[in-house]
Design a protein around this ligand. Structure first.
Ligand SMILES: Nc1ncnc2c1ncn2[C@@H]1O[C@H](COP(=O)(O)OP(=O)(O)OP(=O)(O)O)[C@@H](O)[C@H]1O
Length: 688
């Protein structure tokens, strides 16, 4: 084997060599031009392209000897070519097959017999739940880092102030500590699903998918409906196939890295992917209207029950895309609302749009529409994928998928969680009251949980618009009422009682004492009681009472933030690698470019291709693939840094070896990519 020192300026260096050895007798005029195979025509047919441009004239048809398969074998083109005549094959069926029932494909039987089931948009249930269970994810997930563990066990770290609710309150099989130790798998995701025949984005079995013919993943809108298929089946990403846990930390030296050191934690990645998937979901053949500049409406309600208790009008939630900026929003529709005074919308929404608080869902727009067949009032809020109301999270019926048992989950919540909720609602009310507004709609069904333990008030402004003309109560009174409603929400969660069953708040507050700390009982008691004589009851007074818990919550939030920034910093590295990979993929195997038929196989590009082989296509001594992600990441990082370390590249025919440095390799890649940039019309945005 000859070894040559690679010198890009060597005049003797023949551009394009060494290419894979080709048979001397090779005659390109017999080989079907790739452009014909791929595009149907070749622009260079009349200007020097030496390949065959006649589909009917191939080397096999004119009796030329058959070539062995090599890199120049023309692309496979199934469309227009007749299959060659095969000699009749001996049947391999056993004698038993004679008595077997004839196979009838489903679509065929539909044609011959009964009418095929036609897709009927009228039969679509308008309301389709999104039922990813945040609570279960939290319980099933393994704490991934000490900081994370600390976040999960806030109750314990709060010391004496913490008291767990009695065990009898939790008859939910998911809440056993064993489940905490189990890794998250697809079956767990399945278990976390409630029993609903409607929408279920993470369902794992085909029949259940087929039962949701109207739901679709992000791409479904691009595919026409087809009666042969269940339309737009949901195909969630295969989160569980990615298992980066390949080594134990203890087995590694301090300077060594495992694959998962380079990527964000599994649980975080999976949650983000699920949220993206939910955000992009569409309803193909939807009958929902597209009011004004809103389109792709997708129902978020989990039941089709009309409920007017919160606002006096039945309300429905949709995810929708704003065609002005391409972003997703949550639209709340009040059915049958007739606007009599336009000032109601203008005055109320002006103030609410200014409220920016981490625990309030921001309002963006209020408008009326007749697109739903009635006069509806619409509120556009920020959209938080896969969020659940406090009521859904802590009270709704769930379904155990493996055992088939229905069970009621009781709403008794751990004290640490309750303090988290209290601090966040306090934070929201502080901003709202400071702006001389009142939240008014403080209910379990109107507070959403958008992440683990993360609350947001989701229906602000609505009652201000609806009661604009009839409300003559001063804001201070409404703000005081906010505090009472706040106390009732916490009482419902602490006692496991839905709000309709909470009759006497003060008695309920008293009953907290054996199960929860005195601090909690006092705080909630203060909220639901009338103001003490001579004292104003306002949110500032409440903040003074719970100062210790607020600082603890603040500390937790900072720790959480530190962890997220750390993960973000790791992803920065991956961004660099992704960019260099894209450049390599753009250059290699490109075939014709820059007016050269074999551009990607010659010059710098050929060396880039060998480098690609060196990084990704290595084999061990037995010829088996060597799939060391560490090797790949190391090579790409060195290439990106352009260091002076030397390494060997061997041609595929093992005839030639180059000794190159990563710096030279990087220059070659840059040169090749820049050639393409020059040729392209618009350049490559963001490729630097
Ligand atoms: N801003 C938002 N972003 C994403 N989802 C939201 C948002 N606001 C509400 N949701 C979701 O929409 C669904 C329906 O909300 P809604 O407030 O109508 O609750 P509900 O339980 O149906 O109450 P009601 O019985 O009063 O209609 C809930 O699952 C909730 O999590």
């Amino acid at each position: 084997m000859a070894t040559v020192r690679f010198d890009p300026n060597d005049p003797r260096r023949q551009l394009g060599s060494p290419a894979p050895a080709r048979p001397k007798s090779r005659d390109t005029k017999d080989t079907l031009c790739r452009n014909i195979a791929i595009y149907g025509h070749c622009r260079y047919a009349d200007t020097g392209c030496t390949f065959n441009h006649d589909r009917n004239k191939t080397s096999s048809s004119d009796g030329a000897p058959k070539k062995t398969f090599n890199a120049d074998t023309p692309a496979f083109t199934p469309a227009s070519q007749q299959p060659p005549q095969q000699p009749a094959k001996k049947s391999t069926f056993s004698s038993q097959a004679v008595t077997a029932a004839p196979f009838t494909p489903r679509t065929a039987s539909q044609k011959n017999g009964a009418e095929p089931t036609k897709f009927n948009p009228a039969a679509i249930k308008e309301f389709t739940p999104q039922n990813y269970d945040l609570a279960n994810t939290v319980r099933l997930a393994k704490p991934s880092s000490p900081t994370h563990r600390r976040l999960l066990t806030t109750g314990q770290s709060a010391g004496n102030a913490v008291a767990q609710p009695p065990s009898g309150f939790h008859n939910d099989p998911f809440t056993s500590m064993n489940s905490l130790a189990q890794p998250l798998s697809s079956s767990h995701i399945g278990q976390a699903l409630p029993n609903t025949a409607q929408y279920n984005p993470y369902v794992g079995n085909a029949p259940a998918l087929a039962a949701t013919p109207t739901m679709a993943g992000p791409g479904a809108v691009y595919y026409p409906t087809h009666t042969g298929y269940a339309v737009g089946l949901v195909q969630p990403p295969l989160y569980h196939l990615y298992t980066p846990h390949d080594a134990h930390r203890q087995d590694l030296q301090p300077w060594q890295r495992a694959t998962y050191d380079f990527f964000m934690p599994d649980q975080l990645r999976e949650e983000l992917q699920k949220k993206m998937f939910a955000t992009q979901q569409v309803l193909p053949s939807s009958t929902l209207p597209a009011p004004e500049h809103w389109h792709s409406l997708f129902p978020l309600d989990t039941s089709n029950r009309k409920n007017a208790s919160a606002f006096g009008y039945a309300s429905w939630m949709y995810k929708a895309m704003n065609s002005r900026n391409g972003r997703h929003y949550a639209l709340r529709r009040l059915e049958g609302f007739r606007l009599t005074n336009e000032k109601a919308i203008l005055d109320a929404s002006r103030e609410w749009k200014k409220i920016k608080n981490a625990n309030v869902v921001t309002l963006h727009e209020v408008f009326t529409t007749r697109e739903f067949g009635d006069s509806s009032l619409m509120f556009a809020y920020d959209y938080y994928p896969l969020s659940k109301t406090l009521h859904e999270l802590h009270f709704q019926q769930s379904f155990h998928r493996n055992t088939g048992n229905q069970f009621q989950r009781h709403g008794a919540v751990a004290e640490s969680t309750l303090w988290g909720y209290i601090c966040q609602i306090t934070n929201a009310l502080k901003t709202i009251h400071a702006a001389n507004l009142a939240a008014r709609c403080l209910e379990l069904t109107k507070i959403i949980v958008t992440d683990k333990g993360r609350l947001r008030l989701a229906a602000c402004c609505i009652l201000d618009v609806v009661h604009f003309e009839t409300n003559n109560r001063p804001v201070s009174e409404l703000q005081e009422e906010d505090l009472v409603k706040f106390g009732k929400v916490i009482l419902c969660l602490a006692n496991g009682t839905p709000s309709v069953h909470l009759v006497n708040s003060q008695m309920a507050a008293e009953s907290l004492s054996p199960r929860y700390s005195k601090d909690l009982k006092d705080a909630v008691g203060w909220l639901v009681s009338p103001p003490p004589p001579g004292e104003d009851k306002n949110i500032d007074g409440f903040i003074r009472r719970i100062g210790a818990q607020m600082t603890h919550m603040f500390d937790m939030a900072l720790l959480d933030n530190d962890e997220k920034v750390w993960h973000l910093a790791r992803e920065l590295e991956n961004g660099r690698i992704a960019r260099i990979l894209m450049k390599m993929a753009t250059v290699t195997e490109r075939g014709e470019a820059c007016n050269q038929p074999n551009w990607s196989e010659t010059g710098d590009r050929y060396t880039v291709k060998l480098f690609r082989d060196y990084v990704f296509h290595q084999v061990d001594a037995d010829g088996k693939p060597r799939l060391s992600m560490g090797h790949m990441l190391m090579c790409l990082n060195k290439l990106d840094a352009g260091i002076d370390e030397q390494f060997c590249l061997t041609s595929r025919d093992n005839e030639t070896t180059f000794v190159v440095t990563y710096r030279e390799m990087r220059q070659m890649l840059e040169r090749s990519f820049n050639e393409l940039v020059k040729q392209s019309k618009h350049g490559a945005a963001g490729s630097a």
